[in-house]
Design a protein around this ligand. Structure first.
Ligand SMILES: [Fe+2]
Length: 221
């Protein structure tokens, strides 16, 4: 896989600083993707550096977007849910990165999560933010701009984006829980083997292969 995220005109918000930062984020996501799929000997060093820059830039971009919403006085109901999504994303990325060694296919899981999340986030809530800012600039009250957006949620595309976003969040959270369960089970199996109480792994010791949308149990070696 050479490129993880292909830019499309639908991602343009017409807010120059936001679009510029989204482009930079996409470049970093793609750099991480190439690193994850590469076979170079210094892969881990390169990956650690890319991941650190990606996380720092993501946090910077989120702060900039949140400051922009404050500047334009976007309705606090939108700002709150938007900020919450940013925070959840950072938490999920940190958690998935920490657990990647326990995943059967970390490159696919991580790249899938990063690109799907960013695409859905830009098409959904970022575009909603941009429309509200445009309405406010045109003289509409922030609360009215927000209510107008809520009306738009009846629109099929917006509803679909929201549902896919929820589904993806649920799958990611399930994968993270399974990865954590793997770590616990592996630790128990190691402790069991060290204790020498059995020559075989206990029956209950199964590991789950974790990747987006699919989990299959397989016995530990
Ligand atoms: Fe955002």
């Amino acid at each position: 896989m050479d490129t993880a995220f292909v830019w499309d005109q639908h991602f343009v918000t017409d807010l120059d600083s936001v679009d510029e930062q989204h482009h930079a984020l996409v470049d970093l996501f793609n750099e991480l993707s190439r690193g994850l799929f590469s076979k170079r000997s210094d892969r881990e060093v390169v990956l650690a550096d890319t991941y650190a820059r990606l996380l720092a830039y993501t946090e910077h971009h989120f702060q900039e977007e949140e400051a922009l919403m404050q500047t334009f006085g976007v309705d606090p109901r939108h700002v709150e849910s938007h900020r919450c999504m940013h925070q959840q994303f950072v938490e999920q990325v940190i958690m998935l990165w920490a657990q990647r060694t326990t995943m059967s296919d970390p490159a696919t899981t991580l790249v899938g999560f990063l690109t799907s999340w960013l695409g859905l986030h830009i098409l959904g809530i970022d575009q909603s933010m941009a429309r509200q800012i445009k309405s406010i600039q045109d003289g509409m009250l922030p609360a009215d701009a927000y209510d107008k957006e809520r009306g738009n949620h009846d629109n099929g595309t917006q509803a679909l984006l929201k549902m896919i976003g929820k589904l993806y969040t649920a799958l990611t959270s399930q994968n993270a829980q399974l990865a954590l369960a793997n770590q616990t089970l592996e630790a128990r199996v190691r402790a069991h083997q060290r204790a020498g109480s059995s020559q075989h792994a206990p029956e209950s010791a199964v590991q789950y292969r974790c990747f987006a949308g699919d989990c299959q149990p397989r016995a530990l070696q």
